[in-house]
Design a protein around this ligand. Structure first.
Ligand SMILES: O=C(O)CCC(=O)C(=O)O
Ligand SMILES: [Fe+2]
Length: 349
């Protein structure tokens, strides 16, 4: 398998790909070459003409925006009643107690029965034992979230077939199974009100990381390019706000499948701007029973660079794994006792 990783300048900026055109019968070969370069070097693209109606994106964002704009006392009622870190409203203080990030997370199904009805195998139903939090103030949020999630999932499926096309392999190469396991989160970043040293490194609101998904479909809103992607030389490239565009990150599972040919997009968020920055992310992992390992097609005569990753099994351990790394003592205690957790944050001066 060969790939065009030619001039580094090719991936100097995050390409904006017209998804519909790129998937057409006779795609522009220059467009596919740009996609290949970005896939190999950055792991981040933006897509337009992606099929998710703008009205849906906007309606979802307006609804969630009204929730996030509520006074803190009201939002506290929207925290997960059992301190599940991936359900409901949550605030993250930084090490100085300053608000860094606020999140609203929505589980894929409301309860195990709904997951079973959608075809989720029995051994994974406990993933949905902790209820979603649906704010009574926004009765239409559930329907909007479902529609938005479904539309973003479709974008992930189509971007996967696009990467297959760019790599010159049939899309069936990837053993995609349905229903897919997905997680869904809205991130809300405060504007920067602290003394400014000027360096990006000192005002990171989300530390550099790669997602552990196959693909992540993101929508960003704000008035500055707070999201940055990492180039192979370690430098950072901004992902500018392109009206109507969605951002798609390659996650570490797609890197695993392709034995490293497609790089997992490392990214981070830097503070700035004059309005709250918001992003919505759908993380798509593949089927619950999918075991992701380097595919023979990409290993060839070489060596598999990665081991196997069992999607459903990893998902079952994800809360404990998360709390072990990021959990604060009071948060872990709340989770163990099955009561809500609200982080203490310093009120802005
Ligand atoms: O806010 C963003 O643009 C990125 C969010 C992100 O990386 C994540 O939620 O994993
Ligand atoms: Fe991320």
């Amino acid at each position: 398998m060969t790939t065009d990783t030619s001039a580094p300048t090719e991936a100097a900026a995050v390409p904006v790909i017209d998804l519909e055109l790129a998937l057409a019968a006779d795609p522009d070969s220059a467009e596919l070459a740009r996609l290949r370069a970005a896939g190999a070097q950055l792991g981040i693209i933006q897509v337009v003409n992606h099929g998710v109606p703008l009205e849906l994106i906007e309606a979802f964002h307006r609804s969630i925006g009204r929730i996030l704009a509520l006074p803190r006392e009201e939002k506290e009622h929207l925290a997960s009643p059992t301190a599940h870190p991936f359900r409901g409203w949550r605030q993250w203080p930084d090490d100085f107690g300053r608000l860094e990030l606020e999140r609203f997370s929505i589980g894929q199904f409301d309860d195990p029965a709904a997951a079973a009805a959608a075809g989720v195998p029995a051994q994974y139903l406990e993933l949905f034992a902790h209820a979603n939090v649906w704010p009574p103030q926004e009765p239409q949020l559930r329907e909007l979230a479902d529609a938005y999630r479904a539309a973003s999932l479709d974008v992930a499926r189509r971007v996967l077939s696009l990467y297959a096309r760019a790599l010159g392999v049939p899309v069936e190469t990837f053993p995609w199974q349905t229903p897919e396991y997905t997680t869904f989160v809205v991130n809300d970043y405060p504007t920067w009100t602290h003394p400014d040293s000027g360096t990006d490194e000192e005002k990171l609101l989300l530390l550099e990381h790669a997602d552990n998904s196959v693909l992540t479909v993101l929508h960003q809103e704000g008035d500055y390019a707070g999201l940055q992607g990492q180039r192979p030389d370690g430098s950072w490239v901004p992902v500018p706000i392109v009206p109507g565009a969605l951002q798609v990150f390659t996650g570490s599972l797609l890197t695993r499948w392709t034995n490293g040919l497609l790089t997992a997009g490392r990214h981070r968020v830097v503070a700035g701007g004059t309005v709250t920055r918001r992003s919505t992310a759908l993380f798509v992992y593949g089927g619950f029973d999918t075991v992701v390992e380097p595919l023979e097609r990409f290993v060839g005569d070489g060596e598999a660079e990665f081991g196997a990753y069992h999607v459903g099994r990893e998902a079952l351990g994800s809360v404990e794994d998360y709390l072990q790394v990021f959990g604060r003592p009071e948060q872990v205690a709340a989770w163990q006792a099955g009561r809500p957790y609200v982080a203490a944050v310093e009120e802005p001066a």
